[in-house]
Design a protein around this ligand. Structure first.
Ligand SMILES: *Cc1c(COP(=O)(O)O)cnc(C)c1O
Length: 463
């Protein structure tokens, strides 16, 4: 039984949460307060005696409020950030209330089976083989890490080396190959795995940031030993997807190779009958990364590691101790680097069921259509040039003739105005601005209001 005090506290939290979500669409995206102001509100010495729970919650909300950023709102176009579907937020609350340890079947048969079912649904909507292993990790970074750990295991095991037992010293060399535009977290995963990002061969990309298959073939021809190839579905600036089928062909020709696809956001294109031509060949990869907290619109934190050979993933992730009894059920810790962890699958389950296959496709398609609209509207403005072919949910643009500092000034002006939020980047040696559409609640009106704010910022800065 929940004691009345607990129920009251949760009701109080629910009220704050509902108020936050209701205000989200119109919350200004202007510059958040300085850290010092937050420190003074949140800080002070920890008291010897505890405080009333309800007071702690209300004062926490008050203290945090000025530093909360509406990244989940409909006009936040920075990074690849998204807002959560209401059903996913509700399910996420239950994750905390149930407080299940989703590491072992015996600790939570509910979480273990929910993972099993959700994994099947995900593989189905993404067009991947049923037997793939699926690990629910914290995000794209850990999904890339887990997938590449499976790759390292598999490539070295095939060369007669037990990397889990014997480490990398004296191991057969693995050549790591990644596209020129591989995501920073892929390189971080390579570093964490002791493979060395500086040793990674970077394959030249085309104008949109896609790996050039001819260049990859050439690289593979010069690599006699085992090769780990990291491709990408969804370049973070342009949204471009590497030509996966051609890449998979080159990898298959080499033979002793593992193909990983970082599809943190781009892999969701596979869920749309209209867009899945972009990710054609993804099913040929040995491992893939997707982020549920990006385009599936579930709360942080939830990434998905998919590995075609479950034995490779569990060999890389295996933790053994006499008390970690494995049951006949699916033990989730065999598929992730963590042991104890929250049942983050529940919001994914809820989102998928609430949207259905068509709903997921529509969410992805709608964001892409809105990105198209943004590109058309932006291209209509004097001084703005759209730099990418908008194939997915990313628009990349620059201010004609603007250098680094003028571009930064425009970005700052947009951020000060607070209608929408955009961030800067570098593209082919010049400054550029990213516009990423990934949230269910974004409307055409949000795009038009935002483009108006951007145009006005450009006029104010450039005269
Ligand atoms: C966001 C992103 C990642 C990293 O994901 P996190 O969830 O932030 O760890 C990796 N690859 C790509 C292409 C991304 O867009």
């Amino acid at each position: 039984m929940t004691s009345p005090a607990t129920a009251d506290l949760l009701a109080q939290a629910a009220e704050y949460a509902a108020a936050w979500l209701a205000a989200l669409p119109e919350r200004s995206l202007g510059m958040p307060v300085a850290a010092e102001a937050l420190r003074s509100r949140l800080g002070g010495a920890l008291g010897d005696s505890g405080e009333d729970a309800s007071k702690v919650i209300s004062e926490l909300v008050t203290a945090l409020e000025p530093g909360l950023v509406a990244t989940a709102g409909p006009r936040y176009f920075g990074f690849v950030a998204s807002g959560s579907l209401p059903v996913a937020i509700a399910a996420d609350w239950l994750v905390s209330a149930f407080d299940q340890n989703a590491s072992m079947y015996v600790m939570s048969p509910a979480a273990a089976v929910a993972e099993e079912v959700t994994a099947e649904w995900l593989l189905d909507i993404l067009g991947l083989a049923r037997g793939c292993a699926v690990g629910f990790v914290t995000g794209g970074q850990m999904a890339n890490f887990s997938c590449l750990a499976a790759a390292r295991h598999s490539l070295l095991a095939a060369a007669g080396w037990d990397v889990e037992a014997d480490g990398l010293r004296g191991a057969p060399a693995v050549t790591v190959v990644a596209g020129e535009h591989a995501h920073a977290t892929v390189l971080q995963a390579i570093r964490l795995l002791g493979l060395g990002s500086a040793n990674t061969i970077r394959v030249a990309a085309d104008d949109h940031g896609r790996i050039r298959p001819d260049e990859l073939r050439r690289t593979l021809q010069q690599a006699p030993g085992p090769v780990l190839v990291c491709a990408q579905a969804g370049e973070v600036n342009t949204g471009a997807v590497d030509p996966l089928r051609q890449i998979a062909g080159a990898v298959a020709e080499h033979g002793r190779a593992w193909l990983h696809v970082d599809g943190a956001f781009g892999l969701w294109a596979s869920a749309s009958p209209r867009l899945r031509c972009l990710t054609d060949g993804a099913d040929l990869a040995d491992s893939l990364t997707a982020d549920a907290h990006k385009w599936l619109n579930v709360p942080y934190d939830c990434g998905i590691a998919i590995v075609r050979d479950p034995a490779a993933l569990s060999a890389a992730m295996r933790v053994t101790a006499p008390y970690l009894h494995q049951s006949a059920g699916r033990d989730p810790f065999l598929f992730t680097p963590e042991v104890s962890r929250r049942a983050r699958v529940l919001p994914v389950y809820a989102a998928l069921r609430c949207l259905g296959r068509r709903g997921v496709a529509e969410l992805v398609e709608r964001c892409c259509e809105l990105a198209q609209l943004a590109a058309v509207e932006l291209a209509g403005c004097d001084r703005i040039r759209v730099l990418n072919e908008v194939v997915l949910n990313q628009v990349l643009f620059c201010i004609e003739g603007a250098d680094e500092s003028v571009t930064a000034a425009v970005i700052e002006k947009v951020q000060q105005d607070g209608t929408c939020w955009l961030g800067g980047t570098q593209w082919r040696g010049g400054p550029a601005i990213r516009f990423s559409v990934s949230t269910w609640s974004t409307t055409r009106d949000d795009i038009c209001r935002s483009v108006a704010a951007i145009t006005s910022a450009v006029e104010q800065v450039c005269g």
